[in-house]
Write a protein that binds this ligand. Sequence first.
Ligand code: GDG
Length: 473
Amino acid sequence: MGATAPGDAPLILVANRLPLARQQGVWRPASGGLVTALTPVIERVGGAWIGWDEDAQGVPARVEGLNCDLHAVDLEPELVEGYYHGFTNRTLWPLFHDLVVQPVIDRSWWRSYVTVTTRFADAVSEVVEASPTPPIVWIQDYHLLLLPQLLRERHPDLRIGMFLHIPFPAPELFARLPWRESLLGGMLAADSLGFHTEQYRDNFLRTVQRVLPDATVLGDRVMRDDGRRVRALAHPISIDTEDFAELARASATDAEVAALREQFGDRKVLLGVDRLDYTKGIRHRLQAIELLLEQRPHLRGRFVFVQIAVPSRDDVEEYRRLRTQVETEVGRINGRFTEPGHDVPVHYLHRAIDRTRLAAYYRLADVMCVTPLKDGMNLVAKEFVTVRDATDGDGVLILSEFCGTAYEFGHDAVRCNPFDVEGLATLMEGALELTPDDRRARIARMAQVVRDHDVFRWVTDELDAIWDVAGTA
Ligand code: GDG
């Protein structure tokens, strides 16, 4: 199966990062749904990927296995500080995640964000001008909200789409940004704007109505005074289900599962897998585990909680503080509840693990805890149900009602309010008691939802939208 691009227009993808990973000194295509889903498209139409080089030396212009030219945007450290560590990570990220921490407003960061967007626009323009046929430009995420407008000024007829990977906040939150008109104006110069859910799309449309008096919202379209129109659509991102199902059934994964099973014995396993980010609700989750151990003594020694916390943004103060808090909490829980001569109740891994081991953990988990305080979509939840459906069909997903995935899974997941620590502890206990038939029926239905809306469908829907809107506007 694969995604399709409409027509044969070459695709120019623009993202903060290039799709590369360095293994033993060799650059390879990064693993991950977006790259996998795009590979068949760019295999056919060719194209380019433009992204920040992240200060890496000698980023290649091509890598084997990816049929596109790579263009690295080089940024000086002061610009990275303002644009990346500042404006995107400390202003936009917390504000778009409903202020789970306070965003910082700093005008010098904004100036860096504008400068960096101009650098990206220069890089994209160069590729557009060199393209023998008119390309499609597809911009990813909140790092580049101003880019559609800068490109539109230079190329009035260019087909431009943008997809936002994080939530779009309610108008009253967005309105706190001193640059709200500029940011919306930047986005509205695209032909098509994609969001994970209708709720985020509607937040965007309501914000446009409130902040930009010259814009008219008609259904899912926004019309500007100058006659331009843009469509705002909900396209839920997803995973390559076949790839995950294969990984789940691989013999290497069987071996990992056996080793982990031996380690955990007959204890039930509760699992969390997240970037170490304050939006993911890791602290609340740990507090729920602590409450469970405190108030349900009969459960002590009967379950283990494994938290895989992938290091993230450790140049940013709030993330360093979070790491200290999480590690303090893990230490406190293990200090309180470990019995001499027995294993600890909380296993905390502050590192990324390889995909085989990740799939093994998914296979082992009796209860997968996906409890973000706010999350655009959350692919971990989709990976878990896919892996379980491909193997034993068992397992329970506890899922925050404040992530995009919750809109797709409805009540087949055990829905939780991640802020309610006591409620979460009760749900964790209840999840351990669901009947096998109920567990299997829920996993099967959720896995079907993911199969019906896999990442190839997401890419196809996004590219079709850019093509259609530009073609009919
Ligand atoms: C942003 C939005 C939206 C995790 N640990 C390991 C590992 N992972 C992989 C998972 C999954 C990915 O990382 C995480 O994706 P999420 O969607 O859960 O979260 P974010 O990183 O916050 O992503 C989010 C997403 O963009 C896409 O639009 O869903 O809402 O915040 O694929 O498997 N992979 C490996 N080792 C690990 O230890 N190999």
